[in-house]
Ligand binder design. Structure first.
Ligand code: ATP
Ligand code: MG
Length: 440
């Protein structure tokens, strides 16, 4: 028996409703913030990720799926979404568009060769957003508000937004110097990777999963304390806008995030829910003012975030999120070989009219057919046999009310639609079908 690759998973038909509901919420909130969907390829040339994500990051140094294609070029399955979106932004000259600020979002699979565990996979889904064209702190605040609104729409409450600023070039350079001076005497006490990072990219040391509690890191200088006045003002403005929007956050001076391209604001959203286990960071993001330029585009600033959708679904488990309900409007029971052609025609008419409808394809007996009705959660069951054919009638039962009626077979579709249009709840106070007074 073939097995799925390690670190991957199947979304079975019974589970896809949850994914649809999640994606629907994402798309709805994206509309509110005026972000439009962008779809870029899952594979890109390897250089793109080396250049954007950064050579010394865990993602590029240890986690990418790379392969040489038949044309002898090195390709990589995208480990994250920003690089491809920026590549597309430049290649399609979106910076020259009539709209000075381009706001896009994406939903799709990402690939990282990681040690699989709950909330950590080798193929996983991300929903991310990117806004290009403005360095205004309003946009940093908007992107955080957008991420928080997605969680609100999904009714995920117990979350913390952690926020920090790395500043721009000058702040980052001053901080890097201070950090190197601080680490130098104790560098040999840190892990092997950190010793390499000291040479290649010392900021990455703060993001080390092994040494993060080592006293030399706990006591290390913080980027926030090395911000130029201008960069500090940018950060203060982001905080002011968040305060104005009543968005809660905490400032986490240790937050640096795992990608090289960030400048100014970086943030993460952590959910405090048992169903998440150790992987409780559901969203990460920040500003990247020089990424477009470093990938060959003009000097255009950007800011974005990415959510891990599996982790969002784990968070949703704790609030008994059911997803889109799965049901049929009609299950048509066709009895007898001679009724099949007619039955198929009726079924197809109902479907074309917009009803979710199905039949039994296995010629099961009545018991087997009723089992399928239950399984499919069908609202109406219509029985079409030799008698019905002879009399042009059809028997139809409403599984919700238990009512059964016999109608002209040509009325099947109209009857169901009319019944579906009726208010679904009778008023429990006065027992009328619908009741404005009791508001039920
Ligand atoms: P982590 O610290 O958990 O490895 P990260 O910093 O590598 O996360 P990002 O690159 O910022 O993650 O990706 C954004 C979000 O994507 C994460 O917050 C997380 O929710 C999700 N994510 C990242 N890697 C994985 C993975 N291997 N499996 C599932 N979700 C993931
Ligand atoms: Mg990671």
């Amino acid at each position: 028996m073939y097995q799925k690759m390690k670190g991957t998973y199947d979304v079975l038909p019974t589970e896809s409703g949850k994914w649809h509901a999640l994606e629907k919420a994402i798309r709805n909130v994206s509309k509110l913030y005026n972000y439009k969907e962008i779809r870029t390829p899952i594979i890109e040339y390897t250089e793109l990720f080396h250049r954007s994500v950064g050579e010394s990051t865990d993602i590029v140094s240890k986690e990418t799926y790379d392969f040489i294609d038949r044309g002898k070029r090195s390709n990589t399955l995208r480990p994250e979404g920003t690089a491809g979106v920026v590549r597309s932004y430049i290649e399609n000259k979106l910076y020259a568009d009539k709209l000075p600020v381009q706001k896009v979002y994406y939903v799709g699979p990402m690939f990282r060769y990681e040690r699989p565990q709950k909330g950590r996979y080798r193929q996983f889904m991300q929903f991310g957003a990117e806004a290009f064209g403005s360095s205004s702190p309003q946009l940093d605040a908007e992107i955080i508000a957008y991420a928080v609104s997605v969680l609100k729409a999904l009714k995920i409450k117990d979350v913390t937004v952690r926020l920090n600023s790395l500043g721009d070039h000058d702040s980052k350079a001053a901080y890097k110097d201070a950090l190197m001076v601080h680490l130098k005497p104790s560098i040999t006490e840190l892990c092997h990777d950190c010793q390499t990072r000291y040479e290649t990219n010392p900021l990455r040391i703060l993001d080390c999963k092994i040494d993060n509690n080592h006293p030399v890191l706990v006591e290390a200088p913080k980027p926030m304390d090395y911000l130029t006045e201008e960069d500090a003002n940018h950060f203060d403005a982001v905080c002011d806008y968040l305060d104005a929007m009543n968005i809660d956050y905490v400032i986490d001076k240790n937050l640096v995030r795992g990608l090289d391209y960030y400048t100014h604001t970086v943030f993460e959203v952590e959910a405090h829910l048992e169903t998440l286990g150790a992987q409780n960071v559901i969203c990460g993001g920040g500003r990247y003012d020089h990424l477009v330029k470093s990938l060959g585009g003009p000097e255009v600033p950007g800011v974005g975030f990415a959510f891990g959708l599996e982790r969002l679904l784990f968070a949703l488990e704790s609030i008994q999120f059911k997803g889109d309900p799965q049901y049929l409007h009609l299950f048509l029971m066709i009895l007898g070989e001679e009724q099949k052609a007619d039955g198929m025609a009726m079924l197809n008419r109902c479907r074309l009219g917009g009803l979710f409808a199905d039949i039994d394809f296995m010629d099961r007996g009545m018991k087997g057919k009723w089992k399928q009705v239950e399984h499919h959660n069908a609202r109406f069951v219509a029985i079409y046999g030799a008698n019905e054919k002879a009399n042009n009638k059809i028997n139809i039962k409403d599984q919700q009310s238990g009512e059964e009626v016999t109608i002209s077979k040509h009325q099947l579709y109209n009857h169901i639609v009319a019944e579906l249009m009726k208010p679904s709840h009778a008023c429990t106070s006065c027992e009328a079908d619908s009741c404005d007074d009791c508001e039920e």
